[in-house]
Design a binder for this molecule. Structure first.
Ligand SMILES: Cc1cc2nc3c(=O)[nH]c(=O)nc-3n(C[C@H](O)[C@H](O)[C@H](O)COP(=O)(O)O)c2cc1C
Ligand code: SF4
Length: 697
């Protein structure tokens, strides 16, 4: 039996007549099709694409089941000259692609939603590693990351491009899609033509704005003529242009004015991806409004725009102010595929709000299937058969969870929903573990949503009890007498400098002046001239640097990487992070390792040459690596076990003890939540039944 969160099968029934959010559930006519409501999942890639079609279909279907009125694909390539390998993009190169895409459209239709497809050519951006075709550009220009330039397109190439685009649109219609995009933004091929700098053509495709937008106009026209009887034609366009040297804000307005009536739908975004898809550290909900609002005034056509919308008040505000007709969402639909249905049922408190960490994007960027900090089922709908709103009923019995951080909280609420009697204990006086600590750092406040969503769920489960301020030793755990024990005691930052660079402790290291993030969490802040050694490369080193610098501390930020918080390039935060550090006067020293600290002098070594120099520092703060806090686990199971499930003697007989979260593997918060979810879902079952998606011959 599967249990549905929120009670009966009718949990998503009709909306109360008095609801002030009713307007969000009105249908919207988009050319020849009608969206059943205003919830629009804009195109977003998934790290699945053509490589994991079943995984993809199940994930998109889940969003339609959860109430999204429109569900779009990711960027969908029209031709082998637009191959983003090794990133798994969607493709419509030939009829062989039809089956996979039709499966997605069918699955979305099965829940009454419309299916949209983002027809795409990557232009100079792609490297075509799989097809080895030359990439194409309005001029020959370097691509994203590789020492490769595109081939300058001539008139024949433009004619070919139009032919491929048309063929892809016709195939998309055949596959059953209702909304077909033209995509002149995000730096891809059609936007290259709009660029004043890149487009040096002297023919009818270059020079004046009218000429530079000719390709965009032709693609819109041709798509509409070919499929417009049955499909709506959408355009995804940066309302504030592409930066002054490419397409100024003023010119962008002119493009919208000139083409206002051509598409059936304007999907408006911003020039700067860091802002359009900004992390919550830098960009807040609904932040695009001011720059996109003019579009709806210029066109009578429906407008959709994003803004990491999780609050129904923000959504309804945008509709009432006439900014948009449809609420666009990528991340909110990833964090909670059932957001619309929960809203309709008045279950606002059950919405798992996106925290804006961009871990979803980071994994897609790394070529891995999408995952999410808030929604551990994301990407596991097909592989593990996980549903975000249903869990299998458990076999009953009692579970003790020690540690109420992200893993412990997730495990407790899932086990509670499965019907177990759960006791969740934490030595601290507050729940949330690292999430609570980190959410107090500059810009990370929304991370507390990881804790608050789960505490909210637990508070409505009478079979889950929370015991804060409860330190537990092994004897206490045994005496408690639970049938299952999950140890979620987290991890601590190392004080010896061991990490990526140092396999051995840094020596000499004057312990009195050494700090770690745990000291910051505990309110022990270093003073004077502080050197932060960041060998972790993600957000914590820079965020602590910002906190200290804002408090007037002189901060020198040293990292073994070439940039501050280098890994945050994947979460689309790196550049803003570095800018913020520079603006606060933090001295950034890349490509250096801290190799010694004594007598208020830190010794730094160049990671390439080994050359050293010393700098004055009253304290060093080490952000290198962590050790799992597994003392309790070891006390229960001993030192020499090699499996994750253990039997430990207890008064009531044998008890199964398992580690979860950072206590098992110090890693991302997303991984801790996933670990807690998995342990809770699989407790008492025969173990994971993973389906494997692969090409078989
Ligand atoms: C994981 C991920 C993948 C994305 N891939 C695409 C894409 O393929 N095409 C596109 O036009 N936008 C893409 N985007 C941008 C989103 O469509 C959207 O504009 C952005 O995330 C802001 O919306 P949100 O605040 O609702 O997330 C992607 C965003 C995310 C989070
Ligand atoms: S990974 Fe983070 S940003 Fe992405 S949807 Fe989930 S909570 Fe939001």
């Amino acid at each position: 039996m599967a249990l549905s969160f929120g009670g009966a099968a009718t949990q998503y029934g009709a909306m109360p007549a008095e609801s002030r959010y009713r307007a969000l559930f009105e249908s919207v006519r988009i050319g020849p099709v009608t969206a059943p409501n205003r919830f629009y999942q804009v195109p977003h890639c998934t790290g699945m694409g053509h490589a994991l079609p079943q995984t993809l279909v199940a994930m998109r279907a889940m969003k339609a089941e959860g109430g999204w009125g429109v569900v779009c694909t990711e960027y969908c390539s029209i031709h082998p000259s637009s191959d983003d390998h090794p990133y798994p993009f969607a493709s419509l190169w030939d009829d062989g692609d039809l089956g996979n895409l039709a499966a997605m459209a069918d699955a979305v239709h099965a829940h009454g939603a419309l299916a949209g497809i983002e027809v795409w050519h990557g232009g100079s951006y792609v490297a075509n590693f799989a097809t080895r075709a030359p990439s194409l550009g309005v001029r020959s220009t370097p691509g994203r990351a590789d020492p490769i330039q595109s081939q300058r397109m001539d008139r024949r190439d433009i004619r070919e491009l139009r032919r491929w685009h048309l063929a892809a649109a016709l195939r998309a219609r055949k596959a059953g899609f209702d909304i077909i995009y033209v995509y002149p933004s995000h730096g891809y091929l059609v936007s290259e033509f709009l660029s004043r700098s890149l487009n040096e053509r002297t023919d009818e495709y270059g020079g004046s704005l009218e000429n530079r937008m000719r390709l965009m106009r032709e693609l819109l026209d041709e798509t509409r003529t070919a499929v417009g009887d049955r499909c709506a034609v959408a355009v995804r366009f940066a309302a504030n242009g592409h930066g002054d040297e490419h397409l100024s804000e003023h010119e962008a307005h002119d493009v919208v004015a000139a083409l206002a009536q051509l598409p059936d739908l304007w999907d408006v975004v911003l020039a700067d991806y860091d802002e359009e898809m900004g992390s919550s550290r830098f960009v807040h909900e609904g932040a695009l409004e001011e720059r996109v609002a003019y579009v709806r005034r210029l066109t009578g056509k429906p407008v959709v725009c994003v803004g990491r919308f999780t609050s129904p008040d923000s959504m309804i505000g945008q509709i009432r102010r006439g900014v948009v007709d449809l609420i666009g969402a990528a991340r909110p639909s990833i964090a909670d595929p059932f957001l619309p249905n929960k809203l309709r049922a008045g279950r606002i408190e059950d919405i798992r709000e996106c925290i804006g960490c961009n871990i979803c994007y980071a994994h897609d960027y790394r070529g891995a299937a999408l995952r999410c900090t808030q929604n551990p089922t994301m990407g596991e709908e097909w592989r593990l058969g996980w549903h975000p709103e249903h869990v299998p009923a458990g076999g009953g019995g009692s579970v003790l969870i020690v540690g109420a951080g992200p893993a412990g909280l997730e495990a407790a609420h899932i086990l509670g929903k499965r019907g177990y009697d759960v006791a969740l204990a934490d030595a601290a006086g507050q729940a949330g573990g690292r999430v609570t600590h980190e959410s107090r750092l500059p810009g990370l406040a929304e991370w507390a949503r990881v804790r608050d969503y789960r505490l909210g769920q637990i508070s409505r489960l009478p079979n889950v009890s929370l015991h804060l301020g409860s330190h537990m030793e092994a004897a206490d755990v045994r005496a408690f007498g639970a049938k299952h024990v999950l140890i979620a005691t987290g991890a601590r930052w190392r004080r010896d400098g061991i990490g990526r660079w140092h396999a051995q402790p840094i020596a000499p290291l004057d312990a009195a002046g050494v700090y770690t993030p745990d000291d910051i969490f505990a309110g022990r802040l270093p003073e004077g001239e502080v050197l932060i050694f960041d060998d972790d490369h993600y957000y914590l080193g820079p965020v602590i640097a910002l906190k200290l610098a804002s408090a007037g501390v002189r901060v020198r930020y040293v990292t073994t990487e070439g940039r501050a918080g280098a890994w945050s390039q994947y979460t689309q935060e790196q550049e803003r992070t570095q800018r913020a550090l520079i603006e606060l006067g933090v001295v950034i020293e890349p490509n250096l390792a801290l190799i010694g600290f004594e007598k208020s002098l830190a010794t730094l070594a160049c990671i390439f040459s080994g050359r050293t120099r010393t700098v004055a520092a009253s304290a060093v703060l080490l952000v290198t690596s962590r050790v799992a806090d597994e003392a309790l686990f070891r006390a229960l199971v001993g030192e020499d076990r090699d499996a994750q499930h253990h039997a430990a003697s207890a008064p009531s007989g044998s008890v199964a003890v398992e580690r979860i979260g950072d206590c098992l593997q110090p890693a991302l918060i997303a991984m801790a939540v996933y670990s807690g979810h998995r342990a809770a879902r699989e407790l008492g079952s025969a173990g994971p039944h993973a389906q494997r998606e692969r090409v078989l011959i």
